[in-house]
Every structure is written in C-alpha cells, then in structure tokens.
Ligand binder design. Structure first.
Ligand SMILES: [Zn+2]
Ligand SMILES: [Zn+2]
Length: 503
C-alpha cells in the first residue's frame, strides 16, 4: 500500500500518518492519534500490551495494533459453540509502539508498521469500525432526554443522525445507543431503588424539624454517594417548596399547615407512581416544580392584567393597594373589613407589654393581642401574620387603638409585594429565596434556538456562507467561554455565600 493513496484511490490526509519520533504529552494522546489515523485510512485499532513501572504504575511503553492483529487461539477456533462468531482476525502486523522518554516525561513513537494484510474499509463505513464508535457525554444526554420525553430509542437515533447530517457523522451505531441505554439503566437499578425512595420519602413527609431533615438529607448523599447528583442538588435548593420541615415554617398564603402539606402531597402523588425509577422520579419532581412555577407565573400575569380595587378609602388600604399583589390585597381587605367589627373586651396595660382580648362582632372566638409600646410590635394569638404574612383583624384593631393609620414597615413583607419578583426576597428565616433562574434559561433557549437553526440551514446552502458561519462560530464560542467563565466565578461566590447563610 502506498502511503498517500488508499485502496480506493482516495487521497489521504498526510497529517494522519504515523511517523517515528512524534511526541505525545499523555498516555491517552497516542491512542486518539492512532485512532484518528485509523479513521482516515479506514482500519480499526485496539490497545495491545503495555509495560508499567512497578513503583508508580506509570506506563513506560505500549503497543497499539490494527484490530485484525493476531489469530484466534486454537481453543477459540475449535470451540463447540455452533454460533461461533465470524473470523475477524487476519494476523495483520500493522502497529505503533510508544515509549516513555523519562527525561522529558513525554511519550514518543518508537516503532511502526504501516502495512496491512487485508482490505481496508470504505469511507462510508468508517464510522462503523469499533474504535470509532463512542457515545459522547453530550450525545448521552440527548439520548436520555429523548427517552425521558417518551421518544423510542429507534426514533431518537434516526432524529439525531439527521440532525448531524447522517449516521456516519453521529459516531455511534444504533447498537451502541442501545448498549449505552441498557447499561445505564442497569447501573441505576443496582443502587437500591426502593430503599432510596423510602429514604427520600421521609424527607418529603416525615421529618418535621429542620435539623432532622438536614441530617436525613446528608445521610442520603452519603449512602448513595450522590454528592454530584444534579437532581438532588436542585431539589435541595428548593426544599422550601416540598420538605415538610420547611413547608411548615414558610409562608402559606393563608392555608393551614395541614392544608398545605396535603396539597403538596397530593400534587406529588399526581406526579409520582410506584413504578418510577429514580431518574423518572426526579423528572416528575421537576415537572411538579414546573407546574408550581407556572402557577406563580399566571398569578404574576393576572396581577399585571387586573388592577386592584380599594373598597374603603383609608390611608392603610390605599397604602396596601400600592404595595400588595392583588391576591394579597383581597386577603388584606377581608381582614380590614373584619376589623371594623372588632372591639376590645379586656385590657391589661402594664409598662413593658400591653395585653388585649379582642373580639369580632358575630364571631365566637376571642383572641389575645400583645402590644409592645417600645418596639411597636404587635402579635396576635391567631398567628395570621406569622403564617400568612399579613396582619389579622385583631392586630389591626390594636394598631387603630394606638392611632397607627399606616402599616408599619416591619409588617410589610417583601415576599408579598408587587416588586417581589424582581428582587432577592428573604423568607421568614432571613434566607434568600431564589428567583426562578430555570425559567430565564428556558426563555432564552427558546428564543435563541429557532434563530440559530434557521441560520445554520441558510449557511449550509453554499460553501462560502458555510465558511463564514464556521469562522464566526469559532470566534463566538471563544467569547462565550470567556463570558461564561467570568459569570461562573460570580455564581460560585453567590453560592458559597448562600451555603454559609444556610448553616
Ligand atoms: Zn490491519
Ligand atoms: Zn389575630
């Protein structure tokens, strides 16, 4: 065989012809290089023997061969297996040996055989050769995504192949995709799915104290070695929305604790079925959160669409109409109206605190309101403010008794104001509630995606446009990397701050 022409007379890229003395920085590099040579000249390769240094296990020399190297051993050949595989080896001697240059700490190409004793593959089949087939990390993600969206493996293979311009450009076969998929599922099932589910379930429904929840969560991370699991990480970030320990403490917009946890549990039940495996569990969990976010979004839309009405003209109501979201204003107005029928039944006014028993006309239950005249703090035994974030009719009555006509700053919680969506808000324990970054990412993606797909389609129509697009792609991706790295540092800083706050 000539060095520059293959069997089929096609020109070969001379960059991909092994030459003695070529240097490599790492042990992986020569494999990639030889594999690229193989792709270019259409033979498959594999790793053969290697020598390692005893003291540290560093590879000192290695042989890479054509995959048709060697012959089947006699017992392989004469085996009783009727369904014996077809013979693939021809005793080909093509190979490349590398050695470690101890002084430089680099590998170099030490000996070489370029000739093969068999016909080589045609270019159209190069992607089918075993050493060329690999499911990349990105491709694996797409395979998972398609499968989780209910697309059959066969169909997603077809789709992904078309996306890159054909099966040969994909870099793996349908069988590789299947193998990837099944080995992944097996790995997932091995990790004690039921046990995991019940551990996680406890975090949802059982642990009521923050301490209990946090230590149970830590135990899960250890037990399943799941520190890097991004689903668990994102679930943890929004634990306020689902963990009983937090749901209990955080605002519930007027719902009682049982009502709220019932509603969350029933929401979860809609999304969780007993036969879901771990991955599906989290996808459905995410769907639940998405649905909740969407509800919030609808609320946001409504409050911009419908203007609130003030029923009674009073300084406090006018103030409330200006700051509260319409939904909350309605609730606040209810309390305000109720306070019109409130009267003080008993009063004990000592120095430090004043105690009042407040009754509402037509309502059987009396409430005890405590007023601290020095710090101007009002608290009522109905605990409406602590649970729902707005003052109750009883507390409003006492503020009125004190001639306080507008809401004191400390009783206007950011969480319920119109501006809340635009700023970092703190929950009842002073922790930041994260804005919905996921939504922003999705929105951007949806906006950019079609624009670029259109552009690519146009650019592929002629060679010049293609070159132009490729050139600016390289430039753009460099700029993007720089910008992303800058932002990553920022995000890390914020995260560290948040983690500190949580502790
Ligand atoms: Zn060969
Ligand atoms: Zn009250």
């Amino acid at each position: 065989m000539e060095e520059e022409n293959n069997d089929d007379g096609q020109k070969l890229d001379t960059d991909y012809l092994p030459k003695l003395g070529i240097e490599f920085d790492s042990e992986q590099e020569p494999y990639d290089f030889y594999n690229e040579c193989g792709r270019n000249s259409r033979y498959s390769i594999r790793k053969e023997w290697c020598n390692k240094r005893k003291k540290d296990g560093v590879v000192t020399s290695r042989n890479f061969t054509c995959c048709k190297e060697g012959n089947k051993t006699p017992w392989e050949r004469d085996g009783e297996n009727k369904y014996e595989r077809a013979e693939t080896r021809t005793g080909c001697n093509a190979h490349m040996i590398i050695r470690l240059d101890k002084k430089k700490g680099k590998y170099f190409l030490h000996s070489l055989e370029l000739n093969h004793n068999h016909i080589l593959h045609i270019p159209q089949c190069a992607h089918m050769m075993p050493s060329q087939r690999k499911v990349s990390k990105e491709q694996a993600m797409e395979i998972d995504l398609a499968y989780d969206s209910g697309i059959k493996l066969k169909d997603s293979y077809e789709f992904m192949a078309r996306q890159v311009g054909g099966r040969d450009a994909l870099g793996y076969t349908k069988q590789d995709q299947k193998n990837y998929h099944y080995s992944k599922r097996q790995k997932e099932q091995k990790c004690g799915e039921d046990e995991f589910r019940s551990d996680l379930d406890a975090c949802f429904k059982i642990w009521e104290e923050e301490e209990e929840f946090l230590s149970a969560w830590d135990a899960i991370l250890y037990k399943y070695n799941a520190f890097d699991n991004s689903w668990l990480q994102s679930a943890f970030e929004v634990k306020e929305k689902w963990a009983k320990a937090y749901v209990k403490m955080s605002f519930s917009a007027g719902m009682t604790t049982t009502q709220l946890s019932d509603s969350i549990n029933s929401d979860l039940k809609d999304y969780l079925q007993s036969d879901y495996d771990m991955v599906k569990f989290f996808i459905h969990f995410e769907r639940l959160l998405d649905a909740k976010r969407y509800k919030e979004l609808k609320g946001e839309y409504n409050l911009r669409q419908k203007l609130p009405k003030v029923k009674i003209v009073s300084p406090m109501l006018i103030q409330a109409a200006q700051i509260y979201t319409p939904k909350l204003l309605l609730k606040f107005q209810e309390q305000y109206e109720e306070f019109q029928g409130a009267f003080v039944k008993e009063r004990v006014e000592r120095n430090a605190t004043h105690e009042y028993i407040v009754s509402i006309y037509g309502k059987p239950k009396d409430r005890q309101v405590i007023w601290n005249p020095f710090e101007k703090i009002v608290s009522c035994s109905c605990r409406k403010f602590e649970r729902g974030g707005i003052l109750c009719s009883h507390a409003l009555k006492i503020l009125d008794v004190m001639d306080i006509k507008v809401l004191p700053e400390k009783y206007i919680l950011k969480r319920w104001t119109k501006d809340a969506k635009n700023e970092i808000v703190q929950d009842f324990n002073g922790r930041d509630i994260k804005a919905d970054t996921n939504l922003e990412v999705t929105t951007r993606y949806k906006f950019l995606g079609p624009k670029y797909v259109k552009l690519i389609a146009r650019a592929s129509e002629c060679a010049e446009a293609y070159k132009l697009a490729l050139g600016s792609y390289n430039e753009l991706s460099k700029k993007l990397m720089i910008s992303l790295e800058k932002n990553l540092i920022l995000v890390k800083l914020i995260l560290t701050k948040k983690i500190h706050q949580m502790r």
